[in-house]
Design a protein around this ligand. Sequence first.
Ligand code: FES
Length: 246
Amino acid sequence: MFANLLRLYQLPRLVLQALPSRALCASEPRFKLDACNIYEKLKFEFDEENKKQAEFLMCSYPEAERRAALLPLLDLAQRQHGWLPITAIQTVAEMLKLEPFIVWEVANFYTMFNLRPTGKLSLKICLTTPCRLRGCEEIMLTCENMLKLKDDETSDDMQFSLNASSGMGACVNEPVIAVNDDLYEDLDVLETEKLLSELKLGKMPPASQCRDRFASEPRSGLTSLLMEPTPAGYGMQELYSKLKPC
Ligand code: FES
């Protein structure tokens, strides 16, 4: 009975191992079958410099935990190629001695990885609940209108890509747009229009501008932590002097 159950549990995994990469792609919502057909034959190899960097990354972990280098290696591959073709996923899988579908699943999970060619400027907008409460849908709409793109599209001149994203880690300064590696925070429609106009002119305004406040402080001013912070170890000398030697 237990052996049968185990076999049943292993079946999907065995089937996945036996399938060609195209079939794997078909089961994933972020990467459509037609895209796989077009892109899966592209060659990918780390260049000389990145090979050394990849070696260094892999050697940063004990032999038995090499898989910990998975995210940095995928990131390195994407920085070299601009996006992650299926051959890059296979290369990384071979380097880490992992099943390609495991690497594929990881790349699919993180929206920072692009599984198809992307524009020079990749705009990602967080649409998770806290950002929705702060009006990210309007920001998305503004981007769609100004860039004439829908979610998951790239402009014909390959300048802009637009993607809905989630949980970008800037909940206290939302709504946010990530432009490549930079976050633009505290946006409203007007700020978004300004940002997009500058990007269209080829300018990159300084990232992480917070309107009317310092960092993540409340706009209405501080409500706690109003005093100067005390230095590290404050009060410890006094406390020690009161302690009786045992
Ligand atoms: S929910 Fe959007 S950045 Fe946190």
